[in-house]
Design a protein around this ligand. Structure first.
Ligand SMILES: [Fe+2]
Ligand SMILES: [Fe+2]
Length: 139
């Protein structure tokens, strides 16, 4: 599984969101590196998975707070996508912890696709809306 390279295609232009996305991507890349090593360290991988889940919760909360504060019209749909991801992440962390689910290339691919697609679509739209909302506030 290849690492995600941060570039302008992933930059929403909203500093707070971009910084959090970079942390998520760094964590994802770390997981890929750990999973790609011959000597799997279960605890190390589990630690990164837990961090990814917990930091995702922090990040999604940041976005949801911004959506609510500025009356984002696509809030319900965006929130639904977030809660689907949280459910999937919980299942991944739980399965890995119990030993019923390995961190497979399919799982990593899913996380990779989710992160990149969601940032480029839903989060870009949100950032664009926030830019206009801020401009309106400034008058
Ligand atoms: Fe995001
Ligand atoms: Fe989002």
């Amino acid at each position: 599984m290849a690492a995600i390279i941060w570039d302008r295609h992933l930059a929403t232009g909203c500093d707070e969101l971009d910084e959090q996305h970079r942390t998520l991507i760094d964590t994802f890349n770390r997981l890929c590196a750990l999973a790609g090593r011959g000597d799997w360290n279960h605890d190390e991988i589990e630690g990164s998975l837990i961090f990814l889940r917990d930091y995702t919760l922090v990040h999604l909360e940041t976005e949801q707070e911004l959506m609510a504060r500025h009356g984002y019209p696509l809030e319900a749909e965006h929130r639904r996508l977030h809660s689907d991801l949280v459910q999937d992440l919980e299942a991944i962390v739980d399965g890995f912890h119990r030993g019923t689910k390995d961190l497979t290339p399919v799982t990593l691919e899913y996380l990779d696709q989710w992160l990149q697609r969601h940032i480029r679509n839903e989060d870009f739209r949100l950032a664009e809306f926030l830019r206009h909302a801020e401009a309106r506030t400034r008058g």
